[in-house]
Design a binder for this molecule. Structure first.
Ligand code: C6P
Length: 404
């Protein structure tokens, strides 16, 4: 049992008003809010040991380096990676995917096939299209059904010895579907293909054990799991990270540089050119500490209650249709109301203090599948309350009555 009122005390922003109403923050899938424990870690860094890392002999630099590398180890432990250097600090999920997609540009050949799920975020589509353009590899799509679940029989049909890579999100940002990634990974490995899982939307709710999953790449953003923006992590199996060329060149990623030739640093530095988001990495570690103190199982159980209650209450609203009705879902509800534009509903909800996301959610192919311009998306976190669900439902009814 979580003490939600006590948890809410950790999030200063939840006390503010928006348009004269108490803030009801239901845009957690876009970015989560930041507890004071994480804010304090950021302040502590800038007040006490702000310095560049891995470079200086001076005390501040060594302290910052130690804290940054401790954060990497916390992240390693969280994802149960075999080695700390299998975790590459990035600016977020988008960066992690681009790093891998760029690396595969030098591995894929004309006619190779790569499979993508029908419910990807644009950041797990566009980098691969760019890779296909460069290499002549072919992108094929694993289709989904009306519930927003992948059609696994079709996946079986698509896999063959030309398949070199499969990429899929663990959880869909627009639908909330939890995909059967273990099955996806095992089947891909059976034909010798590597797998990249976009964990951006799973990470706030589900702990992924990368060794148990046997996944080749798994990537997340800190800002969706109580951490700051501009930092994330790419997990890659050591053998893959050794095989891929560096993504960016610059300081920190080299062993030796002459004008004739450069040799690269060992992992993880080979992929970490330039001064990283030092404070962000340390704060990411603090965010993981915070979430573990609450407990991911407790979080998942409570968010499931929020999902069930909100789904049931929303479906009582005339003309409301939910997109994404998979059996396995996180606390994301995408919906529309007959005859109303999602943007209009979102704008009225904002006037009533409620933050939701409207539009295509950077997943246009999903909207095309349902032949809709977009949805209203309410996404819940462990600091949301059942009362906030009631406020959301009453406010949607009000918005609908104003618009119809
Ligand atoms: N989705 C949403 O509102 P970045 O921006 O790099 O931190 O994460 C990109 C990303 C990748 N994959 C998935 C499944 C995602 O949901 C996101 C980010 C936000 O749904 C902002 S578009």
């Amino acid at each position: 049992m979580l003490d939600i009122n006590k948890i809410r005390e950790d999030f200063p922003i939840l006390k503010r008003e928006v348009n004269g109403k108490p803030l009801v923050y239901l845009d957690n899938a876009a970015t989560s809010q930041t507890p004071k424990q994480v804010i304090n870690a950021i302040v502590d860094y800038y007040e006490n040991y702000n310095a560049n890392i891995h470079r200086g002999v001076h005390t501040l630099s060594q302290e910052a380096t130690d804290k940054y590398e401790q954060a990497r180890q916390k992240i390693q432990k969280h994802f149960n990676a075999a080695k700390p250097y299998e975790l590459i600090f990035t600016s977020g999920t988008t960066h992690g995917i681009n790093l891998v997609a760029n690396g595969f540009s030098s591995i894929l050949k004309k006619g190779d096939e790569i499979l993508v799920s029908a419910m990807e975020h644009h950041s797990n589509i566009v980098p691969w299209q760019m890779t296909c353009e460069r290499t002549g590899a072919v992108l094929k799509v694993i289709p989904m059904n009306g519930e927003g679940e992948l059609i696994m029989d079709a996946y079986d049909q698509l896999l063959n010895d030309k398949t070199k890579l499969v990429f899929c999100n663990h959880v869909s940002n627009a639908l909330g579907t939890v995909n059967p990634i273990k099955e996806i990974i095992d089947k891909a490995h059976h034909v010798g293909a590597a797998v990249l899982i976009d964990g951006a939307q799973a990470a706030p709710h589900i702990v992924a054990d990368v060794q148990k999953l046997d996944v080749d790449f798994y990537t997340v953003s800190a800002h969706k799991m109580c951490g700051p923006t501009g930092v994330g992590v790419l997990y890659g199996k050591e053998e893959w990270l050794k095989k891929l060329p560096p993504y960016q060149g610059g300081g920190e990623m080299i062993a030796e540089v002459t004008f004739e030739k450069t040799t690269y640093a060992d992992l993880p530095h080979k992929f970490e050119a330039g001064t990283p988001n030092i404070c962000g990495g340390i704060a990411f570690g603090a965010a993981l500490d915070y979430m573990h103190a609450i407990g991911f199982e407790n979080i998942a159980a409570y968010e499931h209650e929020l999902l069930e209650y909100a789904t049931q209450e929303l479906l009582n609203i005339d003309g409301l249709k939910i997109y994404g009705t998979a059996e396995q879902k996180t606390s994301v509800i995408s919906f529309n109301i007959d005859g109303l534009h999602p943007y209009d509903i979102g704008s009225i909800l904002d006037k009533l203090g409620i933050a939701v996301r409207t539009g295509h959610h950077c997943a246009q192919p999903i909207m095309d599948f349902y032949k809709i311009p977009g949805t209203v998306r309410a996404s819940f976190s462990f600091y949301n309350t059942m009362d906030e669900v009631d406020v959301l439902v009453a406010s949607i009814r009000k918005a609908a009555s104003m618009l119809i």
